[in-house]
Design a binder for this molecule. Structure first.
Ligand SMILES: *[C@@H]1O[C@H](CO)[C@@H](O)[C@H](O)[C@H]1NC(C)=O
Ligand SMILES: *[C@@H]1O[C@H](CO)[C@@H](O)[C@H](O)[C@H]1NC(C)=O
Ligand SMILES: *[C@@H]1O[C@H](CO)[C@@H](O)[C@H](O)[C@H]1NC(C)=O
Length: 513
C-alpha cells in the first residue's frame, strides 16, 4: 500500500516536471523553438575549402539547432555575405538559398570573377552561426579561369575525394595494358557505322584536349569537351588517349566474337551487365554540375528545394515520361487499373506512335518539383537507364526502381530497400510494392531519408568532378602506347576568358598558358 502511494507520488512529480519543461521548452511544438547560433552547423566545400575546390557554383549546408542541440525542422532565413577583393573592386557574386524539406538549407554562390581576402558571413537574426565569419586563406578562382594547380593526384587529395570507387575498379579490370597502336585502327573500323554509332577519339597531351569524331550525330561531343576542359582548368590531366561513345547504348558486348586484343576500352554514359563499357557520370548530371546556377534549372542542389510536406503529399505513385520502352506503356495501363495507387501518363509518343489512341492522350510536361506532390516516384528504364534517377533520389518522395541491367556510375553503391524500393523488370509486383509503401509509412520515409543522404554524400557537384578525376587518373595508368595527337584531330580550345585570369601556384611552364 505504502509502496503504491509512493509510486503514485513519483509519477505525479515526474508528470509535473515533464509538463513544466514542456511549457517552457514548448515540447512537440517546433514553431517556438529558437535557433541557437552556437549549436547550429555550417559545413561543406563552399566554406571549408572554396579556394581549393573551384566549382562553377560553390555550396555549403546549414543545419539549424536549438539550445538543446536538437535539429530544428522548420525553414529558416539566413543572412549571407561574401566579402572580398577582385581586380575590379569588391568581390561580385550571385547567391541562392535552397530551403530543404527538413529545415536545413543549401547555400550556393557563383563568383563573377576571382576573389581574394575572402570572408564568408553566415548570420541568423544578426548572430553569426558557429565558424562564421569564415576566413578563406587562398584565392577563390572563377571556374572559368585556366589555373591548373598541380597534378590530378594532388588535386584529388587537396579536395578530399574518395581514394577509390568500386565501379571504377570493376570497369578497369579487363584493361590492364591498353595499346592503342594496335587497337586504334581496329576500333575505328569496328564502330564505323555512321548511321547508328557516333564516337570520338580523344588525346589529352600536356593538358590540351584534341579529338576526332566519327559518325553522323557527334553533337554530344560537346558534353565531353566541356568536362575535360573544366578539369584541365583545375589540375593537369594525365596524358591519355580514349574513345568516347556518344550514343545511349553501351557498345562492347560481353561474349562477342573472341578477339585476340580482348575487349575494346570505350567510355559510355550508361553501362549494362552484358557489356564492358567504362562508365562515366551521365552527360545530364555532368552538365547540371557545370551549369549549376547557370543555364540549367534542375540540378542535384535545386532539386532538394522543399515541396509539399510528406503528410500533404498524395499517397500515390507518380510517373511522367516519353514512350521509350514497352514497359512505360504498361505502366500507363496499370495506372488505369489502379488509379487510387498510381498516376502515370506519357508526355510524348515517338517509338509507339501507332498506339497513342490506346495509351494516350499524352499530357503536358510538368516540372519535376511537381512530381514531389506524390509520395512515391516510379523509375522505369527509357532507351537505357533513366537519367532522372539521381533527381528522384534527391527529392522529398521515396523511389520505386525497376530492376534493370542498365546502370549509371553510382548504381553499384545503391542498396535495395535501403535507398529505394525495388520492383520486377516486367512490373509484375509494382502494385504490391506501392501497397507495401502505403502500409509501411515510417519505413518508406526512412528509405527516402537514406536516399537523400546518399545523394548528398555521392552525387553533388564536387563528387561528379571527383569521379571523373579518379576515373581518368586510374585509366591513364594502363595505357602502354605512346600518347600522340593523331592525324585529323582538332584542338578543343578553352573559352576565351580562361586566359584572362591571374593565377598563383600554377604548375605549367609559362609558354603553355
Ligand atoms: C518536425 O518534427 C516534429 C517532431 O519530430 C514533427 O511533429 C513535425 O511534424 C515536424 N515538422 C515538419 C515540418 O516536418
Ligand atoms: C603495341 O602494339 C604495337 C603494334 O602492334 C607493337 O609494335 C608494340 O610493341 C606494342 N607496345 C607494347 C608496349 O606492347
Ligand atoms: C494525375 O496527376 C495530375 C498532375 O498532378 C493531375 O492533374 C491529375 O488530376 C491526376 N489524375 C488522377 C486520376 O488523379
Amino acid at each position: 500500500m505504502e509502496d503504491r502511494l509512493r509510486l503514485r507520488k513519483y509519477v505525479l512529480v515526474w508528470l509535473l516536471i515533464v509538463l513544466h519543461s514542456c511549457y517552457f521548452a514548448s515540447c512537440g511544438n517546433a514553431a517556438d523553438r529558437a535557433v541557437d547560433p552556437k549549436n547550429s552547423r555550417v559545413w561543406g566545400p563552399g566554406v571549408e575549402m572554396p579556394d581549393r575546390a573551384t566549382l562553377p557554383a560553390r555550396y555549403f549546408f546549414i543545419e539549424p539547432r536549438d539550445a538543446d542541440n536538437q535539429k530544428i525542422n522548420e525553414s529558416q532565413k539566413y543572412d549571407i555575405h561574401i566579402i572580398g577583393q577582385s581586380r575590379f573592386g569588391s568581390c561580385r557574386y550571385r547567391l541562392n538559398q535552397i530551403d530543404r524539406h527538413d529545415g536545413s538549407s543549401i547555400v550556393r554562390y557563383r563568383l563573377a570573377e576571382s576573389c581574394s581576402d575572402v570572408t564568408i558571413h553566415v548570420r541568423h537574426n544578426e548572430a553569426h552561426l558557429t565558424g562564421s565569419p569564415f576566413a578563406i586563406p587562398g584565392t577563390l578562382y572563377s571556374e572559368q579561369c585556366y589555373c591548373p594547380q598541380g597534378s590530378v593526384e594532388e588535386w584529388l587529395e587537396t579536395v578530399g575525394c574518395p581514394a577509390g570507387d568500386p565501379q571504377i575498379d570493376m570497369d578497369l579490370i579487363p584493361f590492364r595494358a591498353i595499346n592503342f597502336s594496335s587497337l586504334r585502327t581496329r576500333m575505328i573500323q569496328q564502330y564505323d557505322k555512321p548511321g547508328s554509332i557516333s564516337h570520338c577519339n580523344y588525346v589529352i597531351l600536356r593538358n590540351q584536349v584534341h579529338r576526332r569524331c566519327y559518325g553522323q550525330h557527334t553533337g554530344f561531343s560537346k558534353f565531353m569537351d566541356t568536362i575535360l576542359l573544366s578539369l584541365a582548368r583545375k589540375f593537369t590531366l594525365p596524358d591519355m588517349e580514349m574513345f568516347v561513345n556518344l550514343g545511349d547504348w553501351p557498345l562492347v558486348k560481353k561474349g562477342g566474337p573472341s578477339r585476340t586484343t580482348g575487349p575494346y576500352p570505350i567510355f559510355s554514359w550508361c553501362g549494362s551487365d552484358d557489356t564492358f563499357d567504362i562508365v562515366m557520370p551521365t552527360y545530364d548530371i555532368t552538365e547540371s554540375t557545370l551549369e549549376n546556377m547557370g543555364r540549367v534549372m534542375l540540378d542535384m542542389l535545386s532539386v532538394q528545394r522543399r515541396g509539399l510536406p510528406w503528410a500533404d503529399k498524395h499517397a500515390k505513385a507518380f510517373w511522367r515520361g516519353r514512350d521509350a520502352r514497352r514497359e512505360r506503356l504498361e505502366l500507363v495501363a496499370l495506372s488505369r487499373r489502379y488509379p487510387e495507387l498510381l498516376n502515370a501518363s506519357l508526355t510524348n509518343f515517338f517509338f509507339f506512335r501507332d498506339e497513342e489512341s490506346e495509351f494516350g492522350p499524352r499530357v503536358a510536361h510538368i516540372s519535376m518539383h511537381e512530381f514531389f506532390d506524390y509520395r512515391y516516384q516510379v523509375n522505369v528504364d527509357g532507351t537505357v537507364a533513366a537519367y532522372r534517377l539521381p533527381y528522384l533520389l534527391a527529392g522529398s518522395s521515396v523511389v520505386l526502381k525497376q530492376d534493370s541491367f542498365y546502370y549509371e556510375h553510382f548504381y553499384r553503391k545503391l542498396v535495395p530497400m535501403r535507398h529505394y524500393i525495388p520492383f520486377e523488370a516486367d512490373l509484375s509486383n509494382l502494385v504490391q510494392q506501392i501497397e507495401w509503401a502505403r502500409e509501411n509509412d515510417e519505413k518508406a520515409r526512412e528509405i527516402r531519408d537514406n536516399a537523400n543522404a546518399f545523394i548528398n554524400a555521392n552525387l553533388l557537384p564536387l563528387d561528379i568532378y571527383c569521379y571523373h578525376a579518379l576515373l581518368f587518373k586510374e585509366y591513364a595508368k594502363y595505357i602502354v602506347s605512346p600518347i600522340q595527337v593523331q592525324p585529323g584531330m582538332e584542338k578543343i580550345e578553352q573559352p576565351e576568358e580562361a586566359y584572362h585570369c591571374p593565377c598563383e601556384r600554377t604548375t605549367l611552364p609559362r609558354d603553355e598558358l
